[in-house]
Design a protein around this ligand. Structure first.
Ligand code: HEC
Length: 229
C-alpha cells in the first residue's frame, strides 16, 4: 500500500518535470530551430535612416558669416553687401545720433566699395549669433541678456533699448555707461570688448576677428545720406 502511494507521487513528479522540459524545448525549437547558437533574444539595434538632430549652429537671421578672408576681390553676388563684422557694427554705432531710432536704416560702404544699407535687426542678429569669436564662442546675448540681475556688467545686448541705455545699470538705473563711444567708435567700450582679449573675463577670452566677413544688408542706390548731428 505504502509503495503504491510512493509510486504515484514519484510518477506524478516525473511526468510533471518531463512535461515542463518538453514544453521549454518546443518553445526553443519553434523559435530558434534545432541549433545551439540561438541569438534571437539579442536586442535589435535601431537605425533610423533620417538624422534627427539639426545642426546646433544655424545661421542667424539676415546675417551670414563668410569664410574668413583678407581678400578684397569683388564678390560674385551683387544683391547683398559684404563687410567685415567689426566695421558693420561700428557703422551702426556711429549712426546712433540722439535722433535715430531702432527702425532707421544706417549706411556703410562694403568691401567691394558698394554703398549699402541695413537696419538694427541685422546688428541684433549678429549679437545673437554664436561662434563669432572662435568655433564654440557663445552669442553675446547668451550672457548680456535682458535680465539685468544676471547680465554681466548689467549690460543688455538683446534689445535696442538695452544697448542704447548702456552698461553698469545697478538697480535697473534708467541710464548706464555709454558703450557706443558717442560717435567715436574706436574709443567705445563695445569696440574695446570686441577687439581686445581679456583672459580674466569669462566670455571675453577671445576677440572678434578683424577679418570676419558677413553678408548683410542691401546695396543702396544714390549717394549715402550724411549724418546730421
Ligand atoms: C560668457 C559670458 C559673456 C559673453 C558671451 C559676452 N560677455 Fe561681455 N562681459 C562679460 C563679463 C563677465 C563682463 C565683465 C563684467 C564686469 O566687469 O563686471 C563683460 C563686459 C562687457 C562689456 C563692458 C561693459 C562695461 O561697462 O564694462 C561689453 C561692452 C561687453 N561685455 C560686450 C560683449 C559683446 C559685444 C559680446 C559678444 C561678442 C559679449 N560681451 C559676450 C561676459 C560675457
Amino acid at each position: 500500500m505504502d509503495n503504491d502511494v510512493r509510486k504515484i507521487i514519484y510518477g506524478t513528479i516525473t511526468v510533471f518535470l518531463v512535461g515542463v522540459m518538453s514544453w521549454i524545448s518546443i518553445i526553443y525549437v519553434s523559435a530558434c530551430g534545432v541549433t545551439l547558437t540561438c541569438n534571437r533574444g539579442a536586442p535589435r539595434v535601431d537605425r533610423t535612416p533620417i538624422p534627427t538632430l539639426i545642426p546646433a549652429t544655424l545661421p542667424g537671421m539676415g546675417v551670414s558669416l563668410e569664410a574668413e578672408t583678407t581678400a578684397t576681390a569683388p564678390m560674385m553676388n551683387s544683391d547683398t553687401c559684404h563687410v567685415r563684422a567689426l566695421n558693420f557694427i561700428g557703422a551702426w554705432a556711429v549712426s546712433q545720433t540722439p535722433k535715430s531710432t531702432e527702425a532707421d536704416p544706417f549706411y556703410f560702404v562694403d568691401e567691394d566699395g558698394k554703398n549699402c544699407e541695413a537696419t538694427f535687426t541685422d546688428v541684433l542678429a549678429l549679437l545673437n549669433q554664436s561662434g563669432l569669436r572662435g568655433a564654440d564662442s557663445l552669442a553675446c546675448t547668451s550672457c548680456h541678456s535682458g535680465d539685468l540681475t544676471v547680465a554681466p556688467a548689467q549690460l543688455d545686448l538683446s534689445s535696442y533699448a538695452g544697448i542704447i541705455t548702456g552698461s553698469r545699470r545697478e538697480g535697473n538705473k534708467p541710464k548706464g555707461t555709454d558703450i557706443l563711444g558717442d560717435g567715436d567708435w574706436k574709443a567705445s567700450l563695445l569696440y574695446d570688448h570686441l577687439t581686445v582679449a581679456k583672459p580674466d573675463v569669462p566670455g571675453h577670452e577671445q576677440t572678434l576677428s578683424a577679418d570676419l566677413m558677413i553678408s548683410v544688408g542691401k546695396p543702396f542706390a544714390g549717394p549715402l545720406p550724411t549724418a546730421t548731428p
